[in-house]
Design a protein. Structure first.
Length: 226
């Protein structure tokens, strides 16, 4: 789900009336709209009937080839473009189109006219975009970090370098390397030799060291692509 947010700042008054949800027509997802600013523009996603590329691929039970995917995208985009005039007549503007994982249109429109989008042909739902923030509430327990904290009493205090990984490319630009194919090839060609100290070791900018736990064949298979 692609997410954005809109916010409206108002004065704080004691005893102010609590905002009420807009009318739910069955196709409209309720959204809190402050009283007196219903004409303020909002961004919504208009979902249309018709399966997205991902849905059609899932139903086909196989990977669609490029021509098939492009054909589906074209059909959905034509459907979406067919609503542009109606959307603009309501005072809205088309911001983006979606065909890959979702068949829909992102629209910017006055809040008090958003529900009229649900009356357009082929519209399945109208949903407001919300601000979504990533969190690690599930990720941290999943990797067993709390158990380590409790059993070892280690929480990261005073630790400046702590990377646990199954293997990284120390020639990559993100790790302080040149980030070129030539640098990678050179390192790979001499993988049994000590690494370039400018890229790996105490004086390197990012990768300060490591221990080889698996040898040169990651999967113990000389034909492995890894």
């Amino acid at each position: 789900m692609i997410a954005l947010a809109f916010g409206i700042l108002g004065s704080s008054n004691a005893g102010a009336v609590r905002p009420q949800p807009v009318e739910d027509t069955g196709l409209i997802t309720p959204v809190w709209t402050p009283l007196g600013v219903s004409k303020a523009p909002v961004t919504v996603v208009v979902q249309l009937a018709g399966e997205s590329v991902a849905e059609q691929q899932g139903n086909a039970g196989r990977k669609l080839d490029r021509n098939e995917r492009e054909r589906i995208k074209g059909e959905l985009r034509n459907q979406q473009e067919g609503l542009r005039g109606s959307i603009e007549s309501l005072g809205g503007s088309v911001v983006a189109h979606y065909q890959g994982a979702y068949n829909g249109i992102k629209v910017r429109i006055a809040a008090d006219r958003a529900k009229e989008l649900a009356t357009l042909p082929g519209v399945v739902a109208v949903r407001p975009l919300q601000l979504m923030k990533p969190d690690n509430v599930r990720g941290v327990p999943f990797i067993g970090a709390p158990a380590v904290w409790q059993s070892l009493g280690l929480h990261g205090e005073g630790v400046k370098i702590a990377i646990i990984d199954s293997g990284i490319d120390y020639t990559h630009a993100n790790f302080g390397g040149p980030g070129t194919a030539a640098a990678y090839s050179a390192a790979h060609a001499t993988e049994t030799m000590p690494a370039d100290p400018k890229l790996f070791g105490p004086s390197a900018p990012r990768v300060k060291g490591g221990i080889d736990l698996v040898g040169d064949s990651y999967n113990a298979d000389p034909n492995s692509p890894d």
